[in-house]
Design a protein around this ligand. Structure first.
Ligand SMILES: Cc1ncc(COP(=O)(O)O)c(C=O)c1O
Length: 402
């Protein structure tokens, strides 16, 4: 069982003197940051704000070692075979764009995505389609948001790459990645998982999944803002041609030639966000002290309470599967004919409750369903039953105004 009181003590934003703590229910957008992450970043800026991998002085060596340590922590966290399979990025979006722009796509190649992709795993493929003529196929979810493996098996033939969301930010449903990957591989397709929403909440073992590529953000898993990781199997990364090149990506250059460095360096162009990378390592350390089953059980308890209470309210529709067990930490809902933005703003104003409203960067799905917008509660390990109750009590008050 999680000790939320102890956990909350680690987050300054929840313990500011003279300021009431926000009821923070927007972790799917941005998680809060524990103090050890902030401290490690400050330590870099205060005490050794130098370059990694370039300068042979004590400060430079310290940064190099800290970055290496962070890379190894991430490697262990996702059980990658080698730390060279870990590429630091700014976010999930950058990792996905790295793949779109680095794999050897040709006109007519087929990429299969789902109908619930975040813009970050839809728009880059549409741009590639418009640029070189790849075909973007879309698999629709079942009516309740669950994955249709049978349809997938029918659509997979001839596909070069399946790029699919692992846990959806729209409804919290986790696609059956292992089965998807197995079917894809049997049919000669590669698989990339958008793990932005899964990595903060569940164990990801890239070797067990046998996934080819995986992209995630540090800022949704307690890490610093603007940090992320792109993972790839080493033998595949070696074949990719980096699309961002320059300093730190080459062993040497002449006026008319260059020799690329091996992975991961060839993908990490220019000076990096060393404080962010070090902070991400600390976030991994922080998360690693918990059992994933405790995190899941905790989120589920709060989600089940909120779901039960929402179901009592006439006109509220929950997006995705009814069963909260299938929606991890997310409850996304709407009321026909109601602007959920106004609703979210009121909750914030009257009760200091932070939720997200809008189309959650999945405009395509909302347009397809003819739904204007929704309000999304997303839970994490620092939320309490008191947060869930505050949300429900104030929701009822705000609904009366509507
Ligand atoms: C499922 C999913 N994919 C991709 C992204 C993009 O993440 P980032 O903005 O950190 O690149 C998000 C962000 O909310 C997301 O939820």
């Amino acid at each position: 069982m999680l000790n939320t009181e102890k956990i909350r003590a680690d987050f300054n934003v929840l313990n500011q003197k003279g300021v009431s703590a926000p009821v923070y229910l927007d972790s799917a957008c941005m998680s809060l940051k524990p103090n050890n992450v902030i401290k490690a970043m400050n330590d870099y800026y205060f005490n050794f704000p130098a370059c990694a991998g370039r300068s042979s002085h004590k400060l430079g060596d310290k940064v190099t070692n800290k970055v290496k340590e962070a890379r190894e922590l991430v490697q262990k966290f996702i059980n990658a075979k080698s730390e060279n399979e870990i590429i630091f990025t700014r976010n999930t979006t950058e990792g996905l764009n790295l793949l779109v722009n680095s794999l050897d796509f040709k006109k007519g190649d087929i990429v299969l995505i789902s109908d619930k992709e975040h813009n970050s795993n839809l728009v880059p493929w549409l741009v590639l389609r418009d640029k070189i003529g790849v075909e973007v196929k879309i698999i629709s979810a079942n009516e309740d948001g669950t994955f249709n493996l049978e349809n997938f098996s029918k659509l997979i033939s001839g596909v070069k790459l399946v790029s699919i969301v692992h846990t959806s930010n729209l409804d919290g449903y986790t696609n059956p990645a292992k089965e998807i990957i197995e079917i894809a591989h049997k049919n000669g397709a590669l698989v990339c998982l958008d793990a932005a929403q899964s990595i903060p909440h569940r164990k990801i073992d890239v070797q067990d999944l046998d996934v080819d590529f995986l992209s995630f953000s540090g800022h949704k898993m307690l890490g610093p803002t603007g940090t992320g990781v792109f993972y790839g199997k080493k033998e595949l990364l070696e074949k990719l041609a980096p699309f961002l090149v320059g300093g730190d990506t080459v062993e040497f250059s002449t006026y008319d030639s260059y020799k690329m460095l091996p992975v991961p360096e060839k993908f990490e162009a220019g000076l990096q966000d060393y404080a962010g990378i070090i902070g991400l390592g600390e976030a991994v350390k922080y998360l690693s002290q918990f059992d994933w089953s405790d995190i899941r059980e905790h989120e589920l308890k709060l989600n089940a309470y909120i779901t039960t209470e929402l179901k009592k309210i006439k006109n509220i529709k929950i997006i995705g599967p009814e069963d909260p067990k299938l929606r991890s930490g997310i409850v996304n809902f709407y009321i026909d004919g109601t602007d959920m933005h106004k609703f979210a703003i009121m909750l914030d104003e009257v009760a200091n409750i932070s939720i997200r409203s809008g189309q959650h960067c999945v405009h395509s799905w909302f347009k397809g369903k003819g739904i204007h917008n929704s309000a999304r509660v997303s839970l994490y390990l620092y939320n309490t039953m008191a947060d869930a109750e505050a949300f429900i009590n104030n929701l009822n008050k705000v609904l009366k105004v509507f």
